[in-house]
Design a binder for this molecule. Structure first.
Ligand code: ADP
Length: 285
């Protein structure tokens, strides 16, 4: 990628040298009732309370927890579409606003797939921060788009309408858009939901390829097995951070009971502890 994408001419917020990718200090959020994506300091139940964490450059983090635990809220705080009611969020040492290094891929059901754009248009949208608003893409930008589609094995899809793709292909195209953006912090909300195992493997293969570039990846997921096997650290949430550490330290019966409550079943098979978690249920239930 280095020969196609140069980081010299970057726009956006200047990063503080040696700062972590992400740092949250004592962050709480409550939504204003009835207004979408607006937070309030007055009243309202906290969607997230007193979250503090630090994520190093290049880490791959899974964010897990029951429905309503605050996973999507956490990602929206990092990308800056939500403001914390209390506390501070820093990305590479600076507040989230104005960063073009943050790429956010929302849940698939949040995207209007009938929007009449082709795959290559979607990926080119990732270049807007680099090109600048109201400027035309140059030949070099199209070269970047082609290169990013190649990296996610989607060259053959370039001229398709985005709505014609399978779920796995759609995820790969949105990751290609993040690559075209030259994202250094990639936030994916439930990218694996509904994908079959080969499609999930393709996504992980792409994410593995981002490691040498030092891209930090945060993935909200329901899948505790994938969280255990494929991530450096796991953040277990239920409106607050229950645990944030290496998978084997986080995914313990005690922590899972604390997060999933009555929806967790712990039993022993051949001397091994087995934990069954019903991830369908709301955090508050
Ligand atoms: P998760 O992603 O873990 O399922 P969310 O971050 O979507 O959890 O939700 C956390 C809490 O915030 C839930 O109680 C949810 O109902 C509430 N919530 C999420 N989005 C909004 C919103 N736009 N307005 C009001 N409440 C919201």
């Amino acid at each position: 990628m280095a020969e196609v994408i140069s980081r010299k001419a970057r726009r956006g917020v200047i990063h503080t040298p040696a700062a972590p990718s992400l740092e949250m200090r004592d962050v709480s959020v409550a939504y204003a009732s009835g207004i979408n994506n607006v937070t309030t300091a007055r009243g309202g139940q906290d969607a997230l309370a007193q979250v503090s964490c630090r994520v190093a450059v290049g880490e791959r983090i899974a964010i897990v927890g029951p429905n309503g635990a605050g996973k999507s809220t956490l990602l929206k705080l990092i990308v800056g579409t939500l403001k914390p009611t209390q506390g501070e969020v820093n990305v590479y040492g600076q507040g989230p606003a104005g960063h073009i290094c943050i790429a956010y891929v929302p849940q698939r059901n949040q995207i209007d797939w009938s929007f009449p754009v082709t795959v290559e248009d979607v990926v080119m949208m990732g270049r807007v921060g680099q090109i600048g608003l109201f400027r035309w893409p140059r030949r070099q930008d199209w070269a970047v788009v082609r290169h990013c589609l190649e990296r996610v094995d989607a060259t053959h899809l370039a001229h398709k309408q985005i709505g014609e793709l399978s779920g796995g292909q759609q995820q790969r195209v949105f990751i290609a858009r993040a690559l075209a953006q030259e994202a250094e912090l990639l936030l994916l909300d439930e990218p694996l939901a509904g994908l079959d195992v080969p499609s999930q493997e393709k996504i992980f293969h792409i994410l593995d390829g981002l490691r040498p570039d030092g891209v930090t990846v945060l993935v909200a997921t329901h899948d505790l097995n994938l969280a255990a096997e494929r991530f450096d650290r796991v953040m277990l949430l239920n409106r607050r951070v229950i645990a944030f550490d290496r998978p084997e330290k986080v995914l313990t019966p005690e922590h899972l009971l604390a997060a999933y409550g009555g929806h967790t079943h712990v039993f022993a098979v051949d001397g091994e502890t087995v934990v069954l978690t019903d991830t369908c249920c709301d955090a508050g239930e």
